[in-house]
Design a protein around this ligand. Sequence first.
Ligand code: GAP
Length: 470
Amino acid sequence: MEVNLPVREPQGKMEKIVALCKRRGFIYPGSDIYGGLANTYDYGPLGVELLRNIKNLWWKNFVQERSDMVGLDAGIISHHRIWEASGHVAGFADAMIDCKNCKARMRADHLIEDYYEKEGERKSAEGLTPEEFDQIITDNPKLTCPNCAKREWTKVRKFNLLFPVQLGIVEGEGGHGYLRGETAQGIFVNFKNVIDSSRVRLPFGIAQIGKSFRNEITPGNSIFRTIEFEQGELEFFFDPKTTNWEDLFENWKKDILKFVVGHLGIREENLKWRAHTDLERSFYSKKTEDLEYKFPFGFKELWGLAYRTDYDLTQHMNFSKKDLTIMDPVTNEKITPHVIEPAVGINRLMLMVLVDAYHEEENRTVLKLNPNLSPYKIAVFPLLANKPELVDKARSIYDSLKPNFMTAWDDRGNIGKRYLSQDEAGTPWCVTVDFQTLEDDTVTVRDRDSATQERIKISEIQEYINSKLQ
Ligand code: GAP
């Protein structure tokens, strides 16, 4: 059932970004022509480029450029024992509450946190038991349904977030698996395969980008929380006897921040680290901190960093009866490595990038995206669409740029409208072919952020763009 919880404050910016994303082909509601499917989204022509650019940058930064990291692409459908061993079957559940009047179902922690926020407090309600939630609701008589304003609550109950998958044609014969709830487990169960097939040495990391699935029911805020999403996760394995985990943790905090600010171009004042309280931290984690971003609906988790100890490898050893230890080459002792895990949602990174880039100026709306992330790097226009000599020249420039950069073409309307259209798409440079081009082989290049123009030679366009991309 669709539940229309009110959008929280400050009103406006989020709706405008959502509208721009649909209008310009970044993000569409999932199953749109059938009335939509809650918490699912599709990515349009601009969105798919932006998402891919973020993934490529993540991979380049955390895998390609490092000598202590290798990659992996594990399956999405996985053995049910993996999820029993990891603790997800027993414990990966959200506490839910229903409004008996309007039938809205919502996460109890979100309901209570939003209530606290309205009362002027910022408190986390993650990790509480159903009984503790019920007690808070009893103790706060003003806590009413955000959908219908009535106070007719059911008891709080836990719902597992994993999606079971029936395998085999005949029900019951093929057994069952799960759509993975996090990419991390694919890394743990392949730990031995990677050790045996590559030349990694502790400390080292295994990284993966891929889809994860969670039966989330909280609607709203676009792609912030969806049932299908991509994660960029890495497990950094180390021997706690020779590597100080606190130093490693601090180094990862720096590396994450460097990526978000330096590579994604996010303003640092919109970011902050928040340590998990003892209550909300997973029982196997010794320390967890979230990098939070200031979304229009408040500071929210962007990127989790957790010291998961040797919990997962030990669990998989116990359940699979396979030896997942690694031999210390000096002492010949068996080590069960510990891990520090940086885990981020790629789609959530994309939402942050869009929010941070969104600017309204006097006469235009502009996405000031880091050019490395922009769906199109350059747009080429003939000044007039009805002058074949201009169109031909512009076409030849477009054709020469296209093999090297995502290049847009536009010959509709007037130049001013074309600039505005590319500003909304976040295209950093627009090249216009005019009558002077026919005389001296120069074009104007207009810069998105400053809206200024300069004249350069056609033969220099490629170098001009390359010099501005990192
Ligand atoms: N392996 C650890 C793990 O999965 P998590 O905090 O549940 O930890 C990591 O998820 C990151 O994945 C989050 O910080 C968030 O960026 C992203 N994420 C989690 N659930 C999501 C959802 N339903 N939709 C979009 N992104 C999500």
